[in-house]
Design a binder for this molecule. Structure first.
Ligand code: GTP
Length: 665
């Protein structure tokens, strides 16, 4: 496997475990996250309800305090007296009422702590009594407040009606530099006869009231537990900052948080999911709050209503959950790490195993190929191979030897003893060699003849060695060489040694061999054995006249003519040169003379074919002289008879040639 494939596998081994772990963990975390989101939604709704109630309760308290104070008889008495005179009257009764009223206002300021300023204003807009949270109080402070919207609105209202201004930035009392968020709450003051005397104006420290909303506090906000949101109908931020200065006060929510504004402006109440927050919201129209308070009617600036109160809670997220619990994060990282490590380990070990397997396969292929080659060599070797057990039974044999024998492997292996394939004549040599193999020497060889299925004999030499282990003799392993060619060569050489190459007749040595056998037979049977010596007449003249080649043709012609004339058992050979001999078994003196005469006459009357290049008719006449004798009983060799036949031959030559002469033993 190449490096590229390994990298691809490693990539898969990394990505796959990550995907599997993610697929396993994601549903768990998703359902957990869903549950947390549901919880957060419920918590948001609960917080919104409680904060809404808290806001209304706080405002109701203020409304009721304003209404209760406006109905206080002391207030209308002071106001009626001052209105009547239109100048500060400092009689004893007035001084007393004034001090009581101041004490009341001081008590209200200090006891409730939520008001920054309390004022009593007559119908002309003159402020007759004023108490502020910021001492020292001017006494008697008279300011014209007739132009304030709170005064003007309250002057149009009936008894127990309230004017409530939207939260605004305002000066606290006389110190115009100290700016804070305030709400004006004003109600008309009537005497017991129902005559309008003026207006009671409470300036409420809005930051003190909203400070009771826990989620409006920045310390709580920073905890990430939620944030209160309060805007008017135009989307202006109504909540002051923690210091009461109003860091975001009055800013449009559209700019601060467009998504939140889009959600709260679309519906009166509900739940919205923003990017990282859940927003629960509801609207509140301050004018409807008289149902909950002692007020007859509540008037405010209509363009600012209704208000929208909301709670923004952080929306639980997967990252947030993990951040919440670092141990969990660590465990998840560990799971990813282990799964990736396992994948990488698996690929690497698999890679190594794969390499080993491929090498093993390669070795096994080579081994099989090698074994096949060895088997092929064994089966088709130019010599025979076989293995025998200690009883001489064939346990293995190659195809070459089976082909020689003409058997199939199934007919031989474990079924036949090898000596059965050896001819009885050579079996003894085989047995002796096999005994040697089984013995100490552990080697043996023998020249034998194998008995083939078709009855033919195959000369072979067997060379065997014993295969011996610690347990002793296992089997013999033998190589068998075919000796047929060698035998044939030997026979051919032997035959050539006994044959005259020019005429194809046997030579002198051949005659001697044949003579020994015939003499022995004649001695056993007592049958006569005759010998004829033949010599071509004037052969030198033929050679000299026509050339040596023509002489050879004449010699071959003589051999053919004589061979045709003689019997099968007669032995015709060339003794050398132009001399021939014929051994005639079982032939008497008379019969031998007849054969010699017939031979002489046949040669004399049958010219040799020498071709037209030599003679005109292509024929060349020649003659022979012959000496005939009997091999005498008691002669162990042919030599004496040859000598006598030669003497007869010379006699025939002497007598004029082309004749037969008997030579007596
Ligand atoms: N062409 C040929 N000539 C041979 C061969 N062997 C021997 N000769 C020749 O045969 C001749 C024999 O001659 P000689 O012994 O004088 O006898 P001849 O001429 O036959 O005379 P006579 O025997 O007395 O009739 C020699 O010239 C040899 O060279 C042979 O194989 N081929």
């Amino acid at each position: 496997m190449n490096l590229k494939a390994l990298w691809a596998r490693l990539t898969v081994a990394t990505l796959l475990p990550v995907a599997l772990v993610t697929m396993t963990l994601y549903p768990i975390f998703a359902s957990y996250l869903e549950e947390r989101v549901d919880n957060a939604r419920q918590a948001t709704e609960a917080l919104l309800a409680s904060e809404y109630d808290m806001l209304l309760r706080g405002m109701n308290e203020s409304f009721n305090q304003v209404l209760a104070t406006a109905e206080y008889p002391l207030l209308s008495r002071v106001l009626a007296r001052q209105t009547a005179t239109q100048t500060p009257s400092w009689g004893l009764a007035a001084q007393n009422d004034w001090e009581q009223l101041e004490t009341l206002f001081d008590t209200l300021l200090t006891h409730f702590g939520r008001y920054t300023r309390l004022a009593v204003i007559d119908t002309n807009g003159h402020e007759w009594v004023t108490a502020t949270a910021m001492p020292p109080l001017p006494r008697p402070p008279v300011f014209g407040l007739g132009a304030t919207p709170a005064f003007q609105e309250a002057m149009t209202l009936q008894s127990r009606d309230l004017y409530v201004s939207p939260p605004r930035l305002g000066a606290s009392g006389e110190d115009a530099t100290l700016v804070m968020t305030v709400i004006d709450i004003a109600t008309p003051i009537f005497d017991e006869r129902g005559q309008r005397l003026g207006v009671l104006l409470f300036t409420l420290d809005w930051s003190r009231l909203t400070a009771n909303l826990p989620h409006a506090r920045e310390d709580v906000r920073e905890d990430g537990r939620g944030e209160a949101l309060l805007v008017d109908a135009q989307g202006s931020w109504l909540l002051p900052g923690s210091d009461g200065q109003g860091d975001r006060f009055g800013q449009p929510l559209m700019n601060l948080w467009p998504a939140a504004w889009e959600a709260v402006s679309a519906r009166n109440q509900g739940m919205a999911t923003l990017d990282e927050h859940l927003l629960g919201f509801r609207s509140h129209d301050i004018r409807t709050q008289h149902y909950r308070s002692q007020a007859g009617m509540i008037v405010s600036q209509p363009e600012t209503l209704p208000w929208r109160l909301g709670i923004l809670m952080p929306r639980p997220s997967l990252a947030g959950l993990l951040k919440e619990n670092p141990v969990q994060l660590l465990a998840i990282a560990l799971v990813y790490l282990l799964s990736v490590a396992f994948g990488v380990f698996w690929v690497l070990s698999n890679h190594r195993l794969r390499g080993l397997r491929q090498r093993a396969l390669q070795f096994s292929r080579e081994a099989r190929q090698y074994a096949g080659e060895v088997q092929d060599l064994y089966e088709h070797a130019p010599c025979g191979y076989h293995s025998l057990d200690s009883n001489g039974r064939v346990v293995k044999i190659n195809r070459t030897e089976l082909d020689w024998l003409g058997y199939r492997a199934a007919e031989v292996i474990d079924k036949r003893h090898y000596r059965d394939f050896v001819t009885p004549e050579t079996r003894e040599a085989f047995d002796a060699a096999f005994r040697q193999v089984l013995g100490q020497g552990q080697e043996g060889s023998a020249e034998c003849e194998l008995l083939c299925r078709d009855g033919t004999h195959l000369p072979v030499v067997i060379q065997a060695t014993a295969q011996v282990t610690e347990e002793g003799f296992q089997y013999s392993r033998a190589m068998v060489f075919d000796l047929s060619d060698r035998k044939q060569l030997e026979e051919r050489l032997a035959k050539q040694a006994l044959t005259d190459p020019l005429t194809g007749l046997g030579n002198r040595r051949y005659l001697e061999g044949q003579a020994a056998r015939e003499i022995a037979r004649a001695q056993r049977s007592g049958a006569p054995l005759s010998l004829i010596a033949v010599d071509l007449d004037h052969f030198k003249c033929i050679n000299d006249s026509y050339g040596h080649d023509v002489g050879d043709l004449v010699l071959q012609d003589f051999a053919n003519t004589a061979r045709d004339l003689l019997r099968d058992g007669d032995v015709l050979c060339r003794m050398g040169g132009e001399e021939f001999a014929v051994l005639l078994p079982d032939t008497t003196h008379e019969q031998a003379m007849l054969v010699a005469e017939r031979l002489r006459e046949a040669i004399a009357t049958t010219p040799a074919r020498v071709g037209h290049a030599v003679t005109a008719d292509g024929m060349l006449a020649y003659s022979t002289s012959l000496g005939v004798t009997l091999v005498s009983a008691g002669e162990a060799s042919l030599k004496p008879a040859i000598k006598r036949a030669d003497q007869g031959l010379y006699a025939a030559k002497e007598a004029g040639r082309n004749r037969v002469h008997w030579e007596e033993a």
